[in-house]
Design a protein around this ligand. Structure first.
Ligand code: ARG
Length: 593
């Protein structure tokens, strides 16, 4: 289906042309002053200079040239040259009726699907997920669903941190604690044991211990670096240990991402790009891009327009080992080979901006990706506590993601919870807390920091996830009651497409209906701007408007069959639109709550 804005754009483009002006000026937007009009066109103002004419005159010329149509109820020109637009109620009704009969409520999928790889999650193996991993998972999952909804081919990749110094640290610490393990015997040629010599709990203790020690003890750090290098070079015992670390850790990561309803198509890691490093390095050297500087192999990436110095991109360290830049570049080689993506999106902490800037420049300059491949860095802000500093546990430590989920689940307040079974209660808590957490995150622009305020996020009132769920459940319960009392009407409606007529009894009903017509446009805007917050604002607006409408109109008391059918169709469509939107955001609504 065409969006309402697209329909209006056509009408205004024609009117501008007919009046002798550039059709490009005929762009219509949602009104910034809903008290005055529903839509507006500001093209007369933009055209004033070009045509050396007062905007007011242009605007009047244009409205006198609007062709007969079924869409516009009235237009009026307001100084200095705004064109204010109202659409016909009958048009709104017809538009919504059509949405109601279409799959995805009439959202038109893109005609040119792109292949998009989304690199998100980015957990480091052997370290538990913590609050710092929340945003990448939540935003990345939403962008994945949004891109898929729009019709793109999307591949979500977890890009595990499984190849850097942290692996060397763990291996070295294990060699100190258990030197007799067969993995450390360089002369060993047999099979390595199938079961790991440590548990998840051990790993969670070993890594922070080793990491802290390496910061104080230079020799220890050196040994860990050596272990990293030997692992990368393929020392058999280290590779075997590394596989154990990976499998123990991955099972736990999957469990925790599962709780967040976050899933990856690929669970590849930095290590998977390793086989691509030698050829990539050779290519960069052969083409004359890579050169040696202080022992390391680097590629210059500074550009004339830079206002701050951009250091060269390091391809290999002086000891020949791979670093963060290496694995990201080689991963792009791999992705190019596997998917030839049109776009690669990285959802990573915004403090890694410079890293990605250098990697992107290097990839473009050396031809790792095609010139037209779009590389996008979506840098997100920090999750803070109420004190404005990064979110911590009460004791001041880093909050594990599982702990955070437990805390929110325990905090959600469920009315009449005692009427539910233990299992129902647990499920309801999970559903509501996921909505609380994800909505609380996604309602903010990605790049902003935000305060993680559990009381606020879990509240059923205000701009929160639970409020949206509450509204949806309210509609479900009205529909359930209607089914009970008006079985015949409901049955009839189920068989034939529902019609929403444009006879609005209250302003709030029209307001709700008009907001629903903006659905496709809103999804497109969120997609174009990579901005989940646009969807959040939209469903908050729908929920508010639905609740005002419901307050004004006693739907259950309506006796006129035709009016009732139209009301049922309207609220059913409201529910469908909300459901599509929360699905894209990455959470669901319960049947009851
Ligand atoms: N593992 C990295 C970290 O903890 C994040 C990975 C982000 N993705 C990437 N392709 N570099 O900082």
């Amino acid at each position: 289906m065409q969006t309402v804005i697209e329909e209006l754009n056509q009408i205004f483009a024609q009117a501008f042309t007919k009046a002798g002006y550039d059709e490009q000026l005929g762009r219509v937007v949602v009104s910034a002053r809903p008290d005055l009009c529903q839509f507006q066109c500001n093209g007369a103002m933009s055209g004033a200079k070009q045509y050396r004419k007062a905007p007011l005159m242009i605007a009047n010329d244009v409205i006198n040239n609007i062709a007969e149509n079924d869409v516009i109820e009235s237009v009026n020109v307001v100084a200095p040259g705004f064109i204010n637009i109202m659409v016909k109620d009958a048009f709104i009704g017809k538009y919504l009726s059509e949405m109601d009969t279409e799959a995805d409520c009439g959202f038109a999928k893109t005609e040119n699907p792109k292949t998009v790889v989304i690199d998100y999650g980015g957990p480091n193996v052997a370290k538990p997920l913590h609050v710092g991993h929340l945003r990448s998972a939540v935003i990345g999952e939403c962008l994945k669903r949004l891109n898929r909804f729009v019709g793109n081919k999307v591949i979500g990749d977890a890009h595990l941190g499984d190849w850097g110094l942290q692996m060397g640290l763990i291996i070295h610490e294990l060699s100190v604690r258990k030197p007799d393990l067969v993995y450390f015997d360089e002369n060993y040629t047999g099979e390595y044991p199938a079961t790991p010599p440590f548990s998840l709990k051990d790993l969670e203790e070993i890594y922070p211990f080793a990491s802290a020690k390496s910061k104080e003890d230079e020799a220890y750090l050196e040994a860990a670096r050596l272990a990293t290098k030997e692992l990368q070079k393929g020392r058999a015992g280290y590779r075997a240990l590394w596989k154990h670390i990976l499998s123990v850790s991955l099972a736990d990561l999957k469990k925790n991402y599962g709780r967040l309803d976050v899933d990856f198509d690929l669970w590849l890691g930095e290590s998977d790009a390793d086989p691509y490093v030698p050829d990539m390095v050779k290519m960069m050297k052969d083409k004359g891009f890579a050169y040696e500087s202080e022992g390391a192999l680097v590629v210059d990436v500074k550009e004339e327009s830079d206002t701050a110095p951009i250091p060269p991109c390091i391809i290999l360290k002086s000891d020949g080992s791979a670093i963060y830049e290496t694995t990201d570049l080689a991963t792009l080689v791999q992705r190019e080979k596997d998917f030839a993506p049109d776009r690669v999106i990285y959802v990573v902490d915004k403090r890694q901006n410079l890293h990605f800037e250098r990697v992107f420049r290097c990839a473009k300059k050396t031809g790792v990706v095609k010139p037209e491949t779009e590389l996008s860095f979506i840098g997100f802000g920090t999750v803070n506590g109420k004190d404005g500093k990064p979110f911590k546990t009460r004791a001041g430590g880093t909050m594990k993601l599982s702990e955070l989920l437990d805390t929110v689940e325990n905090q959600v307040n469920i009315k009449d919870g005692d009427k539910l079974s233990e299992q129902e209660l647990t499920e309801l808590r999970q559903i509501i807390s996921l909505a609380a957490i994800k909505y609380g995150d996604l309602m903010n622009p990605c790049e902003s920091n935000y305060i993680f305020d559990i009381d606020k996020f879990a509240s059923f009132e205000g701009n929160t996830g639970p409020y949206i769920l509450y509204t949806m459940v309210r509609i479900k319960s009205i529909l359930a009651k209607l089914s009970e009392h008006h079985t015949d009407i409901m049955n009839k409606l189920e068989k034939s497409p529902m019609r929403i007529d444009g006879k609005f009894e209250t302003a709030s009903q029209r307001d709700l209906a008009l907001t629903l017509t903006r659905y496709s446009h809103t999804i497109n805007e969120a997609y174009k701007k990579d901005a989940p917050s646009i969807i959040c604002s939209y469903i908050y607006e729908i929920s508010n408007k639905f609740n005002v409408f419901y307050h004004d109109k006693k739907i259950l008391a309506e006796t006129n069959e035709q009016i009732l059918s139209s009301l049922i169709a309207l609220i059913t469509l409201t529910l469908r639109v909300l459901d599509i939107c929360i699905n894209i955001l990455g959470f669901k609504a319960p049947a009851k709550m």
